[in-house]
Each structure stands twice: as structure tokens, then as C-alpha cells.
Design a protein around this ligand. Structure first.
Ligand code: UDP
Length: 455
């Protein structure tokens, strides 16, 4: 058998939102770099912005999930999504094997789609579950799944092995959502653990030293493989020339305007503000952010998605043009890697945090929902790379609070300490994914084990 014929073919299937697509693209690229053939399959009703049917050596297949997202509830969407994937995936996997000449040997599926394990087994394939969120948050969901944490939770703070005590506003928001429209998402995140012990591999987008205690604790339940941070390796080397982007986006970044604007600012003078791909803020809150940024006196680059734009105070973007730039979507990695950026005001999405940590940028944490409150706790109290904004009695973060915390990170002594800590995490992140690092070794081991089945 020559080398080509031995090529081992893996299909990677992210849940179709930006924060899950991005790390799973990177994982696909890492696997390809280790000699595996990789096809990334995305079931989505949204259009993916890409000029390429492939990302380097990773082939991409985008399939409509035949769903009109505007028309009904989260629960209905999740049911329809599962039905579509369950119906279409088995045939697609067989066809991909035939057309490439290399039968598929493993399905790497998003842990939000735990039911894909069944499909893998029916096809006689290995199965790997990929957790895109932090080990901390996943441990909370695991404890709920195992009945160790009973919801509704009655006493706070809550104690979870490997984590600091967590108050109500430091837990993932879905644990408070039993009766709300988000209860299907609570079921989804807890069900990530339905067949946790049966999957052949569990990958988590984190790195050992970042979440050491909680990784060690989850390890007592079953073997897990931290493989992060899943950001393009070029950023870790600071070689920004090639392969700069994640590659598949649901939004179009304002690349030139962001870069030109940043190029003309002093080093460390800009606050970069983004709430990710999904969080929706109230109009009053948007106004407080706007006036708080202006009061801080700092330059700011603020991502306001098109769907959020109408909530900005009238003429704010035009009136602030001397100090700020507002765009609908940014090339976030390039922005965070830019020397003008002094801090990141973030909603604390897990990818955004890993990106900031890996690029050594301190943070102002403004969590909104889902895993973000727990991530904010880690930023402020465990890694000490940022501050968390505190809401007033009406649940609003005022312009005064925003101004004070931004100045603390940008100017004060505490800011210097956070910058030093950020630099430390950056080095550890690079070490984990660099050659021979703990995350790199875990990917190597997976690739080698799959390949050995062909020998
Ligand atoms: N992102 C981007 N441009 C933006 C805002 C976000 O490229 O203007 C990327 C960001 O780099 C990250 C992802 O979108 O990789 C958002 O994922 P995250 O987990 O931070 O938040 P989510 O969108 O899932 O809430």
C-alpha cells in the first residue's frame, strides 16, 4: 500500500454558528497538517462567505439545513436540524468516501450534536466529540447531567470541583432558564454528556495549564484531550502575511477600514469592543456603552452587527468619528494582533477569550448570556487578565462604570499587572499548541492512532 492509499479520511461537523465553526475549522487544518485527509461539513441555512470550496487542504461541503430560521422557536429549530443531519449525513459520508477514493474512518462532531455518535456507530466508524466551550462551563453542565447539581439551584454560591465557588451571576445563564424559551438550549448543553463515556475521543478547545484543576477533575470521569487554543497558528508566530483568516464566515469583515484606522493610532491606545455573533443588547445599554466609551477619552473600534445598529444613539457613529470607528464586523484576530489595541471589551465568548489570551490583550468583561458569565469569572478572578463590569440595580452597566473600568485596564497599575498576566498566558498558549506542546501532542496522538488502523 503506498502512502497515498493509506490516507486516513476524517469528517468534521460543527454546529452552524460562528463561534463553533471557527475552532472546528482550525482543528480541521491541524489534522490536515498532521497528514489526515479532512472534509468539513456544515449544515446551515445561512450563506457562508467564502470564495473557496476548500480551506487549504481541507475540503468544505456546505449543505442547506432547509430551515427558515426566522419563522419559529429554538426548540423547533433544534428538532428540524437534528432530523436533517440524521437524514442526510449517512449518505453524504459514504459518497465522500467514494468520490475521494478514501473511505471515512472517523466523524468528529460538535458536542452540541451528541446524537451523531449513533450515526458513526451505524456506519461502523470511530467517533470524536469536540467541545467548543471551556472545560469550566462543561463541568457545570456535566454536574447537572450527573445529578450532582440539581436545578433549579437553590443555594449560592455553587461548588463545582476544580472551580472557584460560583454565584448565581457567575454560572452559565442557561442553568436559570428551565422555564424560559431557552430551556431547549439547557437540554442541549446538558445532553452533550448523554454518551460522553462512549465516544472514542473527547476534545476540548482549551489547554492544560489554562484550566488545570478542572481539566484534571474531568479526567477522573473519563479521558479528555485538550487541544486548544484553536486559533490560526500564524497568529501565534505573529507572521501575519499568509493564511490570515479563519476562512469561513457568516459575516463580512470590514478589513481595510479597520486596518487603516488602527494603523494611524498610537500603540496601546485603542479599546476594541465586540459582543460576538449572537448577543443582542438593549437600547438603554447600547447608549450607556456609547457614552461610556466617549467619556473614557480612549480611541475605540466598536463592532455593532447590522441587526444591532438601530439601537445606537442617533448620529453616534458620525459624531464620534474623531475618536471612534463603528463597523458591522471586524477581522477580529487581525484587530487583536494589532499593536494599537490596548484592551478588549468583550462579551466573553470562549473564542474571543482564547484569542485575546493568545495575543496577550487584557480585557474588560461584559458577559451577556450562555457560558459568558462563567468565562468572565475566570478572566477577573482566576487568570487576572481583566475586570468584570458590574451592573446597577436595574441590570444596566452605566457609562460611569464603563469609563472607570476601561481606564483601570488601559492606564492604571492594575492595568500593568493585567498586561503582565496576559503576556504570561500568551506564552503558555503558544507552548501548548507549539510543536511538542500538550495540545499538539494530543492532536498527534489522535492522528497517529487513526493512521495506525490503516497499517
Ligand atoms: N469575530 C470576528 N469579528 C467580529 C466579531 C467576532 O471575526 O467582529 C469572531 C471572533 O474572532 C470569534 C467568533 O467570531 O472567533 C465569535 O466567537 P465567540 O465564541 O467569541 O462568541 P459568539 O459569537 O459565539 O458569542
Amino acid at each position: 500500500m503506498d502512502k497515498q492509499e493509506r490516507t486516513c479520511h476524517v469528517v468534521v461537523i460543527p454546529y452552524p454558528v460562528q463561534g463553533h465553526i471557527n475552532p472546528m475549522i482550525q482543528f480541521s487544518k491541524r489534522l490536515a497538517a498532521k497528514g489526515l485527509q479532512v472534509t468539513l461539513v456544515i449544515f446551515s441555512s445561512q450563506t457562508l462567505l467564502t470564495d473557496h470550496p476548500s480551506l487549504g487542504s481541507v475540503k468544505v461541503v456546505a449543505i442547506s439545513d432547509s430551515y427558515d430560521t426566522g419563522s419559529s422557536s429554538t426548540g423547533d429549530y433544534l428538532k428540524q436540524f437534528q432530523a436533517t443531519v440524521t437524514q442526510k449525513l449517512p449518505r453524504l459520508v459514504v459518497e465522500l468516501g467514494i468520490s475521494s477514493g478514501h473511505p471515512i474512518s472517523c466523524l468528529v462532531y460538535d458536542s452540541f450534536m451528541a446524537w451523531v455518535l449513533e450515526i458513526a456507530r451505524q456506519l461502523g466508524l470511530s467517533a470524536a466529540s469536540f467541545f467548543t466551550q471551556s472545560c469550566a462551563v462543561n463541568s457545570v453542565y456535566y454536574q447537572i447531567h450527573e445529578g450532582q447539581l440539581k436545578i433549579p439551584l437553590e443555594k449560592f454560591p455553587v461548588s463545582v470541583p476544580g472551580l472557584p465557588a460560583l454565584d448565581a451571576d457567575e454560572l452559565p445563564s442557561f442553568v436559570h432558564d428551565m422555564e424560559s424559551e431557552y430551556s431547549p438550549i439547557l437540554t442541549l448543553v446538558v445532553n452533550q454528556f448523554l454518551n460522553f463515556k462512549e465516544a472514542d475521543w473527547i476534545f476540548v478547545n482549551t489547554f492544560n495549564s489554562l484550566e488545570e484543576e478542572v481539566v484534571n477533575w474531568l479526567e477522573t470521569q473519563r479521558s479528555i484531550k485538550p487541544i486548544g487554543p484553536m486559533i490560526p497558528s500564524v497568529y501565534l508566530d505573529r507572521q501575519l502575511e499568509d493564511d490570515r483568516e479563519y476562512g469561513l464566515s457568516l459575516f463580512k469583515p470590514a478589513f481595510d477600514s479597520c486596518m487603516e484606522w488602527l494603523d494611524s493610532r498610537e500603540p496601546g491606545s485603542v479599546v476594541y469592543v465586540s459582543f460576538g455573533s449572537m448577543a443582542a443588547l438593549g437600547e438603554e445599554q447600547m447608549a450607556e456603552i456609547a457614552w461610556g466609551l466617549r467619556r473614557s477619552g480612549c480611541y475605540f473600534l466598536w463592532v455593532v452587527r447590522e441587526s444591532e445598529e438601530k439601537k445606537l444613539p442617533c448620529d453616534f457613529a458620525e459624531d464620534s468619528s474623531e475618536k471612534g470607528l463603528v463597523v458591522n464586523w471586524s477581522p477580529q484576530l487581525q484587530v487583536l494582533a494589532h499593536k494599537s489595541v490596548g484592551c478588549f471589551m468583550t462579551h466573553c465568548g470562549w473564542n474571543s477569550i482564547l484569542e485575546a489570551l493568545s495575543l496577550g490583550v487584557p480585557m474588560v468583561a461584559m458577559p451577556q448570556w450562555t457560558d459568558q458569565p462563567t468565562n468572565a469569572k475566570l478572566i477577573a478572578d482566576v487568570w487576572r487578565v481583566g475586570v468584570r463590569l458590574q451592573a446597577n440595580e436595574k441590570g444596566i452597566i452605566t457609562k460611569e462604570e464603563l469609563e472607570k473600568c476601561t481606564r483601570d485596564v488601559m492606564e492604571g497599575e492594575r492595568g500593568d499587572e493585567m498586561r503582565r498576566n496576559s503576556e504570561k498566558w500568551k506564552k503558555l498558549a503558544m507552548a501548548a499548541v507549539g510543536e511538542g506542546g500538550s495540545s499538539d501532542e494530543n492532536i498527534m496522538e489522535f492522528a497517529a492512532k487513526l493512521a495506525s488502523k490503516f497499517e
